[in-house]
Design a protein. Structure first.
Length: 253
């Protein structure tokens, strides 16, 4: 692999990674790049094998092709999230339509790359996901060890839990990142660009529509009347903000 360059390993993010890819050449390429960065890699060639290995090995990351035999990548993500497994999932897909990509994110994938892709960019995405997941259980600032409250809405970053009016709310990883970011600064208007950065950092392929889909899904989960939102508001021409409807009502009275 003459294209590989020496890297300075960050041993804090070296991880156990499962690569689920039925194209042997693609799988070998990804495996060699991951191992070059110091990761331990297990390669499987179909969706059912991917599920079995995740359950057996409890990996730090799953690199998952969408089009696979026995069970496709979307089914794998659906099952993993139904089992409440929160390992980061990076999807590789030849499907370039935005609806397909949004479906993967909506099911709970953390990031995606469309084929053909740059292996070095893939490694950058891997590093980002691993750092983000490692930070999840560590103190990252003043609010890291306390729940975030916006009226009756509670977001707990440490436990990755959301509740509203005492009712537990299941969120995908993308939805949770948006909600947690907005809950740190209630009533602040977040632009779509700012929320994209919370979701996928430097991803140049993803569009503002992804943010809108996450917001729409969150409203279904946290609003009494999703078509007339009171908590997660649109600021036309700017973006979105998270607010406390009870406090707003008392101010108005």
């Amino acid at each position: 692999m003459s294209g590989l360059r020496p890297v300075i390993y960050d041993h804090r993010v070296c991880a156990n990674v499962i690569v689920a890819e039925d194209d042997e050449m693609q799988a070998e390429l990804v495996r060699r790049y991951l191992e070059h960065e110091g990761h331990a890699v297990t390669v499987v060639g179909d969706g059912l094998a991917a599920l079995a290995e995740v359950r057996h090995r409890e990996p730090d990351l799953l690199v998952l092709d969408v089009m696979m035999p026995r069970a496709d990548g979307l089914d794998v993500v659906r099952v993993l999230r139904a089992e409440h497994r929160e390992l980061p999932v990076l999807m590789l897909t030849a499907r370039s339509t935005e609806d397909d990509l949004l479906l993967g994110l909506d099911l709970g994938a953390d990031d995606y790359m469309t084929k053909p892709y740059s292996p070095r960019e893939l490694m950058a995405r891997v590093r980002t996901l691993l750092r983000r997941s490692r930070r999840g259980g560590q103190d990252t600032g003043p609010a890291a060890n306390q729940a975030l409250r916006v009226g009756a809405l509670i977001v707990d970053p440490d436990r990755h839990e959301v509740s509203v009016e005492g009712r537990s709310v299941d969120c995908t990883p993308g939805e949770f990142r948006i909600l947690a970011a907005m809950a740190t600064e209630p009533d602040r208007v977040f632009t779509r660009q700012r929320l994209l950065e919370e979701l996928h950092g430097f991803d140049r392929y993803i569009s503002f529509r992804t943010v809108d889909v996450h917001i729409m899904n969150l409203r279904k989960k946290i609003e009494p009347a999703p078509r007339r939102p009171a908590r997660l508001l649109t600021v036309f021409g700017v973006g979105y903000k998270l607010t406390d409807p009870a406090r707003n009502a008392s101010r108005a009275s």
